[in-house]
Design a protein around this ligand. Structure first.
Ligand SMILES: NC(=O)c1ccc[n+]([C@@H]2O[C@H](COP(=O)([O-])OP(=O)(O)OC[C@H]3O[C@@H](n4cnc5c(N)ncnc54)[C@H](OP(=O)(O)O)[C@@H]3O)[C@@H](O)[C@H]2O)c1
Length: 374
């Protein structure tokens, strides 16, 4: 029973649906058995291209298939709640794309229905299951870089403007924060928890969604996070976790990384405040500022690697499969263990991420139709 094949259905035939279906090929004991589209032709073409046995011309037909155990919801965000509820109410488990819903109220409703129906439900936040993201988190959580004080996460791509396209459309749940910033908010939530205060600004475009969003989150611990997202420009696409003794750089693209740089400042002593007028403080400052000593130390560090003030480690690990396989593996693991939620992407965290995003966009007044009805 524990190794039974997990039979997947897929709602939607866009980019994510396509990539996920390909990713399933790398998951042992998983099979895509059905796909549904709003159009008969698109369903057929998708099924043919990805060798999926059954193609349905409407979503309801897939939900009534009878042989599907879990549905991957790859529709635009404005219909995530509606599609999730249809599946859950029919007893089908779901893996729903990010953003899990338009706002926290919708997310709470989905979770409530999953709880009532006792059906598995998870946000498809694939980032959390990437091996190097997990490694970065491990480094941060085990204190190797000291206490985490700052996280910055930046995701921006130059997406050609299309007023009715998914990314720029308010009706479909577009916007930089919901589409891209969600990764940074989720990373910060994972490492630092719920922020205490939020400050945000955005550049709003002609379709009334945020085309560039910047949010500063601050935490009771004194830590801060900066989350930036853009629909118009390709930015660094990196994340940085800064601790009191070191830092982890998660290279582009930080939500599906294949390279990390971990710097630990091996000799970082207790920091001496600038205004430390004690004998010790003045002595340390004088030594640090002495050009001859500094030069000698730098030369020595170059010649004798162990003497370097920074212990730097580059970690490279290519993604296996296409990256979607990791979250699908997690769903299979949870379903086989009869879990209703994943311990790594629990419901409370999905809701907390949406609460933070609600608060961010409230500050720059981006609203979606669903905000009125929920
Ligand atoms: N994890 C990731 O890396 C990743 C990557 C991309 C996207 N995503 C997420 O996945 C979701 C889908 O993104 P995508 O890039 O795959 O979008 P997409 O290419 O536009 O595909 C969305 C699909 O949803 C279906 N759909 C249903 N109602 C629709 C409507 N009113 N307007 C447009 N399409 C509608 C369409 O399929 P039919 O016409 O066949 O029904 C369409 O092909 C989003 O939430 C996005 O944020 C995640």
């Amino acid at each position: 029973v524990t190794s039974r094949t997990i039979r997947w259905g897929i709602l939607g035939t866009g980019r994510a649906a396509h990539d996920f279906a390909r990713g399933l090929r790398f998951v042992p004991g998983a099979e895509a058995v059905a796909v549904a589209s709003r159009s008969h032709e698109r369903a057929e073409a998708f099924a043919r291209r990805l060798r999926i046995p059954r193609a349905y011309p409407c979503y309801e037909d897939l939900i009534a298939d009878g042989d599907v155990e879990v549905v991957y919801i790859a529709t635009p965000p404005h219909r995530h709640m509606q599609d999730s509820l249809s599946c859950l109410e029919a007893g089908l488990a779901i893996l729903c794309e990010k953003p899990f819903a338009i706002n926290a109220a919708e997310a709470r409703e989905i979770v409530l229905v999953a709880q009532k129906a006792r059906v598995f439900c998870m946000e498809a936040m694939w980032m959390r299951f990437m091996p190097l993201i997990r490694r970065a988190r491990e480094v941060a959580r085990t204190g190797q870089i000291g206490d985490v004080r700052l996280i910055s996460a930046d995701f921006g791509m130059a997406t050609p403007f299309d007023a009715s396209g998914r990314l720029y459309s308010r009706e479909l749940g577009g916007g930089a924060l919901l589409e891209r910033g969600v990764y940074g908010v989720s990373l910060a939530q994972w490492l630092l928890g719920k922020p205490e205060k939020i400050w945000a600004q955005a550049r709003i475009g002609s379709t009334a969604v945020d085309e560039q969003s910047t949010a500063i989150l601050s935490y009771r611990s004194g830590a801060q996070a900066i989350v930036t997202a853009s629909l118009r420009e390709r930015s660094s696409n990196e994340a940085l976790i800064v601790g009191t003794r070191g830092r982890v750089r998660i290279h582009e693209f930080f939500f599906r990384p294949e390279r990390l740089t971990v710097d630990v400042f091996a000799d970082s002593p207790e920091p001496v405040p600038y205004d430390d007028k004690s004998l010790r403080g003045r002595a340390i400052t004088a030594l640090k500022e002495n050009r001859v000593l500094r030069g000698a130390r730098l030369r020595a560090a170059l010649l004798v690697p162990g003497l370097s003030a920074v212990k730097s480690q580059e970690i490279i690990e290519p993604i296996s499969g296409n990256g979607y396989n990791y979250e699908a593996d997690e769903v299979a693991r949870c379903l086989r263990a009869d879990l209703l939620e994943s311990p790594d992407m629990p419901w409370a965290e999905t809701i907390a991420v949406l609460e933070t995003m609600d608060a961010i966009r409230a500050q720059y007044a981006v609203h979606y139709p669903a905000d009125v009805t929920t």
